[in-house]
Write a protein that binds this ligand. Structure first.
Ligand code: NAD
Length: 476
């Protein structure tokens, strides 16, 4: 596979040129990486029609066969990881090793999901009657993915949807469509025609999907603002929705942490993937007793981290992924400067091409500042001081978001007590961002609806069907 090859839509098992095309930029240098096909409305209709045609046979395929297909997807991603990771770094900006993780994480998700069982629950088994609740696939799933982890987050959806017997139309972000289009191409011979379709396009394509009567369920990962639109649009046809949305994760760093040992781990909780992680720490509350030493350690570590082109060796942080997000992060920095907040490190504007923002840490800005209240989704962290644990729990929970959170302490029991009081879908203790395919992952409050991962995530791609059989009628 050549990464410079043409990019095509995958519709009903075939490679199809778009009605037009659009350029995809490398955020490290703003040069064109490739041209993605622009899927027209008619082509979307064709993809959905193909998925509908494939549904009866795929849903009737024994689940053991579908498991094997998930393993075959995993094997394909693994086989082509070198080509895919280079392409992903070019279009997404992240360092090569992290791009490899994105692809291999997708493979691991398929492998782990392939082992899940669809439950059959016997609700009654009496002399009169047997009642069983089983799980049936929903139909055609429209999967809509963001640009921060294009492959693994797509596989969060594709793997359980296919295992449950649904067919899929996947739409990557227009900022990062190329690697996903290649994955579609690679899987053409792996899955039956129409079972897995990949479409890319502009701003109209997502709304066409969410309103399309041929799609039965939307699984969406992206911002809370877009999630609201998705839900409103899906309501017209009463589509099922799973929404994985934005966050403003709080970290609570207690007074008993070993600063020297933990500083690096705490740094990456906020800055991994340049802060462009839904569950990155976006507000860091630090106990006053360790505020100064942690501040010093974080700043020293920040200065040692190489920011640059993700394809260069030694780069730990690439550019911001796209121009609108870059402007948004710069705007938050400008606001913090205007308000006179103190910058511990960073904040300078880059003059070189590419959407680069230096690692930036702001010293104890007010709780109601924009950088504390908004999801920055970039390498800009407010460090906030606290004295009282009750007070900081209230501050951490005072958000419309409720995606993730973390607690850092040498006293595990105390940390667990605090974790259980945080209104978030996932809480980490002395680590961050770890996600297991066997654990539920999903937001509370306006961070989402539904969950991904584990049995609960698989069930999101099913309907419940209860069948009652009257035994007496047979005996008569
Ligand atoms: P986004 O909402 O701008 O876009 C996400 C996807 O939705 C893209 O494919 C986009 O083309 C599509 N889209 C845009 N408008 C649409 C519409 N009206 N109808 C249907 N689809 C539409 O998000 P983004 O900027 O790509 O991603 C960053 C956001 O995603 C952040 O808020 C982040 O926290 C969130 N996120 C959440 C999770 C999670 O699991 N909860 C994971 C990663 C990212």
């Amino acid at each position: 596979m050549s990464i410079n090859a043409e990019y095509t839509l995958t519709i009903d098992g075939a490679g199809v040129a778009g009605a037009g095309s659009f350029s995809v930029l490398n955020p490290a240098n703003e040069q064109v990486v490739g041209y993605a096909p622009d899927c027209s409305r008619i082509q979307l209709d064709q993809a959905i029609a193909g998925a509908r045609r494939a549904f009866p046979a795929w849903s009737a395929t024994p689940i053991e066969e579908r498991r094997k297909k998930l393993l075959a997807i995993a094997a394909t991603l693994t086989e082509y990881v070198d080509e895919l990771k280079r392409l992903l770094t070019q279009e997404q900006g992240k360092p090569i090793e992290e791009a490899a993780w994105d692809v291999l994480g997708g493979a691991q998700w398929c492998e782990a999901t392939s082992g899940l069982e669809l439950p059959l629950v016997v609700v009654e088994d009496s002399a009169d009657r047997r009642g069983e609740t089983r799980r049936t696939p929903i139909g055609v799933v429209g999967a809509i993915a963001p640009w921060n982890f294009p492959i693994v987050l797509a596989m969060f959806k594709v793997a359980p949807a296919l295992l449950a017997g649904n067919t899929v139309v996947l739409k990557p972000s227009p900022f990062t469509p190329l690697t996903t289009l290649k994955v579609g191409e690679l899987l053409r011979g792996v899955l039956p025609d129409g079972v897995f379709n990949v479409v890319s396009g502009g701003d109209d394509l997502g709304p066409w999907m969410t309103s399309h009567p041929g799609i039965d369920k939307i699984s969406f990962t992206g911002s809370t603002a877009t999630g609201r639109k998705v839900m409103a649009s899906a309501s017209e046809t009463l589509k099922r929705v799973t929404l994985e949305l934005g966050g403003n994760d709080a970290a609570i760093v207690m007074d008993d942490i070993d600063v020297e040992r933990m500083a690096e781990e705490i740094f990456w909780a906020a800055f991994k993937n340049n802060g462009q992680v839904c569950v990155a720490t976006k507000r860091m509350y630090v106990h006053a007793d360790v505020y100064e030493p942690l501040k010093v350690a974080l700043v020293a570590y920040a200065k040692s981290v190489k920011v640059g082109d993700g394809s260069e060796q030694g780069t730990r942080l690439g550019p911001i992924q796209n121009a609108p997000q870059y402007r948004r992060v710069l705007n938050l920095i400008a606001d913090a400067k205007d308000k006179g907040y103190k910058f511990l490190v960073g904040g300078e504007e880059s003059t070189s091409p590419g959407y680069f923002v230096p690692v930036t840490i702001i010293d104890n800005p007010p709780e109601d500042s924009r950088i504390v209240q908004e999801e920055q989704f970039g390498p800009v962290l407010p460090l906030l001081k606290f004295n009282n644990i009750e007070d900081v729990i209230v501050r951490a929970n005072a958000s419309n978001y409720g995606l993730g959170a973390s607690v850092w302490s040498s006293d595990i029991v105390r940390a667990q007590g605090i974790a259980s009081r945080l209104a978030a879908g996932v809480v980490w203790i002395n680590e961050s961002q770890y996600v297991s395919p066997m654990g539920s992952f999903g937001g509370h409050k306006q961070s989402g609806i539904g969950t991904e991962g584990a049995l609960a995530g698989l069930l999101e791609y099913t309907n419940a069907q209860t069948i009652y059989t009257n035994k007496k009628s047979v005996m008569l």
